[in-house]
Ligand binder design. Sequence first.
Ligand code: ZN
Length: 134
Amino acid sequence: MSERAPAPYGDPLHAPFWEAAARRQLALQRCQRCRTHQFFARPFCLRCDADALEWVPASGHGTIYSLTTVHRQVSPELPVPYVGALVELDEGPRLLTTIVGDAPARIGARVRVAWKERPNAPPLPVFEVVDRVP
Ligand code: ZN
């Protein structure tokens, strides 16, 4: 049995993201020229085309931009129902993720990163609602 992590964890472009995830730290690329954050990783800045990018810790806080409740199971790792969401991080990028926890999810709700443990893979960033105001 191979010790090598399966793709996409072996992709060198995304390796810093998964190395940070292993420490339960959400990380984003930031352009050293225009200071824009981006997710997912690319070899250049989407805003100014610079190739001087660095990995920086993200706050782990954001807002639900959009969401849906999924009732059809497509993966054994995702028992249904679950809430799939697009979370807009405070740094700007949007991240496709799932919402966990008991607090009701809604568009505009504040969320913070949590970590879903997985066998043979880095933990996956998921989010939990931190405000319960309707
Ligand atoms: Zn830039």
